[in-house]
Design a protein around this ligand. Structure first.
Ligand SMILES: [Zn+2]
Length: 385
């Protein structure tokens, strides 16, 4: 698949030189829909309406502010377009013998693991920005510790901070939000560690979960009819398709409740999702409730956990009534089911063994970052091994 997207990227550049076509990139405007995009190039809307329901759902995932790419010939005919849905997947529109086709392909990117260490002078946020100029990383760091540490009270000058994180680069530009794999911040000289685990949650060095939004099931008396998948096999086409949410089959008109408290960022109709509500929460998290029959809230309103915000329906789709429930972190879809729970998570025994091995490796990297970047001895709280 990576090769495929590489070929497509080469085709983009190649066609530019050979056929006088022009490639350009632009930012997806707020409120702009996939249908409007097709219309603007004179592409028949049947291209959209003939998509499978799952694929219509995916076109609703395009978010404002994302950079997309087009290739146009001298008659202003669209030859190809690449529109990212998130850091991983993009829509590929292309002309095949006078017929437009829509496909979903991986985003080709290069990723690298980086580390930084500093001793705090102004604030964790300002010092990270001043050191490497990455506002996204600084924000992500603050979000990570938001529920665990009050930065305004507990940090003293020269407390140490160290981070191991992954960054993504596409066509020479960094994009997406850096993923923090391990971090350390001292408060009054005492260490506070956080380690990311493969379940998408963060734990301290003993495997106790530190932060995390606890979600409530958004619809009662329902059954899960389709699970979250980063690339689900399409039931008919047999090709891989992601499913960025959980589908709850429930009676038409059943109450849909906010899975957590937050502010309504969108309440209205989106092609592919029908009537849909989006609620933003702390830590860059967002929940999405789609295919509703009724909306009982407005953009800008604050909603409580469990508050009824709409009713189950089947708007935007031809299949039976269900709630499509999505969870996003910095626009990246994550599995809602691994975040629905009633108590903080503690790792099970086998998981914990695996986790502790990872912790050991990351502790070593954090220690090296401090030694290399701060020219200092390793702090004594690192286990001597
Ligand atoms: Zn769905």
């Amino acid at each position: 698949m990576n090769n495929l997207s590489k070929i497509i990227m080469y085709l983009f550049v190649f066609t530019t030189y050979c056929f006088g076509a022009t490639s350009s990139s632009d930012i997806w405007k707020k409120g702009y829909t996939f249908l409007q995009f097709l219309e603007s190039y004179g592409i028949p809307s049947s291209v959209y309406w003939n998509l499978y329901p799952e694929d219509k759902e995916l076109t609703a995932e395009i978010y404002s502010g994302v950079r997309y790419y087009t290739l146009i010939d001298e008659n202003n005919t669209l030859l190809q377009a690449l529109i990212p849905l998130n850091d991983e997947t993009q829509i590929h529109i292309f002309k095949d013998k006078e017929v437009y086709k829509v496909d979903f392909i991986p985003v080709k990117y290069f990723s690298s693991t980086n580390s930084i260490a500093l001793s705090i002078q102004k604030s964790p946020y300002q010092d990270i920005v001043e050191l490497i100029g990455d506002i996204n990383l600084a924000n992500e760091f603050i979000n990570t510790y938001k529920n665990a540490i009050d930065f305004s009270k507990n940090i003293i000058k020269n407390d140490k901070l160290a981070l191991i994180y992954n960054s993504k680069y596409r066509l020479g530009r960094s994009y997406g939000t850096p993923e923090i794999k391990a971090s350390l911040i001292e408060t009054n000289g005492k260490p506070n560690f956080l380690f990311a685990y493969s379940d998408g949650r963060r734990y301290d060095q003993n495997g106790n979960e530190i932060t995390g939004l606890l979600l409530h099931t958004p619809v009662s008396n329902s059954r899960i009819s389709s699970r979250f998948s980063l690339n689900r096999i399409h039931p008919i086409l047999k090709v891989k398709r992601p499913h960025y949410g959980v589908d709850y089959a429930a009676p038409y008109g059943a109450n849909v409740k906010a899975a957590a408290g937050g502010k309504v960022a969108f309440a209205g109709v989106k092609t592919g999702y029908g009537k849909v509500i989006e609620v933003v929460h702390e830590n860059g998290l967002k929940t999405l409730y789609a295919h509703l029959s009724k909306i009982h809230t407005k953009k800008g309103q604050y909603v409580r956990t469990g508050q009824v915000i709409g009713k189950v329906g089947n708007s935007g789709l031809s299949t039976g009534p269900h709630l499509h429930f999505g969870l996003y972190k910095n626009n990246k879809p994550i599995n809602p089911l691994s975040n629905i729970q009633s108590t903080k998570s503690v790792l099970a025994k086998e998981e914990k063994e695996e986790f502790l091995k990872i912790v050991k490796q990351y502790e070593e990297k954090l220690k090296l970052a401090i030694i290399d970047n701060l020219n200092s001895q390793p702090p004594s709280y690192f286990a001597s091994n």
